[in-house]
Design a protein around this ligand. Structure first.
Ligand code: PLP
Length: 318
């Protein structure tokens, strides 16, 4: 029996943002804490972020706080200032670590969620809390083994985000039922994950991740040797997708390491032509894609090499 099978997972820690508690108010996650009339529950009306803390330090915290503020602006939702979130995050992480003895599962990773809803029906204050919990084991395994993916039509064209801002496509809202349904559909077909395409045939994003692909081009360097250009490409950000904080940070690190960067438009043929494809996100990190709709992407060796290289770059991100 493994240690993780014998030791119960530590309970989720909840910390509510509350003006009466400067560093947030710790609440019991085994007891009801939300009003049944909270519009986060009754309408999915709210925003959230999921980020990874490693060794007790949240990664890319400023990028997540900025995106949370941007999502809230898109919903015209007034949420507390960054400082209040930072203090509540600090409380949640230290409380979780003190309850679990520091390193819950041997990875020292911790999922931190930030949530803000429109609050109880009839009241004008948002409900905001931070949640700290252990990372799902499946994600860690998929980083290693890779994933099989289905292309699924999202039904919107790639320009709808500009034309219909009320669809909130670039915001991270609590209305994730469609994304979860797409994942269940993929699981029923024996796949692990999904890449959405638009009605006009563009590659968009995963239900909880950004699409990333690598192209290697070798050419004569003019001096009898070979020059390899390495290019990382992601769908263009204005196609109605969520701007990924992981993709953004990885692009910055990759550029400094000599990679060329590109932004779509991408079509499915670009995925099949790629040397490697990943779904990247804050908790699972880089999940190499083995197959899309049953077709292999690159080769196992290339996927392994490029994933190791990008993982090393990702590890330099704060
Ligand atoms: N796209 C969607 C729809 C997501 O839900 C997420 C993350 O949950 C991402 C992309 C990746 O974003 P990040 O890298 O900031 O986690």
């Amino acid at each position: 029996m493994t240690a993780s099978a014998s030791v119960p997972a530590p309970a989720t820690v909840l910390v509510f943002l509350d003006p009466a508690h400067e560093n947030g108010r710790i609440a019991d996650s085994s007891r009801p804490q939300l009003m049944a009339t909270d519009q986060g529950a009754t309408r999915g009306d709210g925003v959230f972020e999921s980020l990874l803390a490693v060794g007790g330090t949240p990664r890319k915290l400023q990028a997540h706080l900025s995106r949370l503020a941007g999502s809230a602006r898109a919903l015209e939702l007034e949420i507390p200032a960054e400082d209040a979130w930072r203090r509540a995050i600090g409380t949640a992480i230290s409380e979780f670590r003190s309850r679990s003895g520091g390193d819950a599962d041997g990875t020292d990773e911790l999922v931190v969620k930030l949530l803000a809803t429109r609050g109880v029906e009839g009241a004008a204050t948002p409900t905001c809390w931070v949640q700290a919990s252990p990372p799902p084991a499946a994600g860690r395994q998929q980083r290693e083994s890779g994933i099989d993916v289905l292309l699924l039509d999202r039904g919107y064209d790639s320009e709808v985000g500009e034309r219909a801002p009320w669809l909130l496509l670039g915001a991270k809202t609590l209305s994730y039922a469609v994304n979860m349904a797409a994942l269940r559909y993929a699981h029923h077909q024996g796949a692990d994950d999904v890449i959405f395409t638009s009605a006009d045939g563009r590659v968009l994003e995963g239900p909880t991740s950004t699409v990333l692909l690598a192209h290697l081009e070798t050419s004569d360097d003019g001096a009898g040797g070979v020059r390899t250009v390495r290019r990382l490409i992601t769908p263009q950000l204005d196609s109605g997708i969520l701007p990924g904080t992981s993709q953004g940070a990885l692009f910055t690190a990759a550029k400094a390491a000599g990679w060329e960067l590109g932004y779509g438009p991408l079509v499915p043929a670009d995925l099949y032509d790629a040397d490697a494809v990943w779904l990247i996100s804050s908790i699972r990190l880089l999940a190499p894609v083995n197959h899309i709709d049953g077709k292999e992407i690159g080769t196992p060796e290339l996927r392994r090499q490029l994933t190791a290289e990008l993982n090393a770059l990702y590890a330099t991100i704060e």
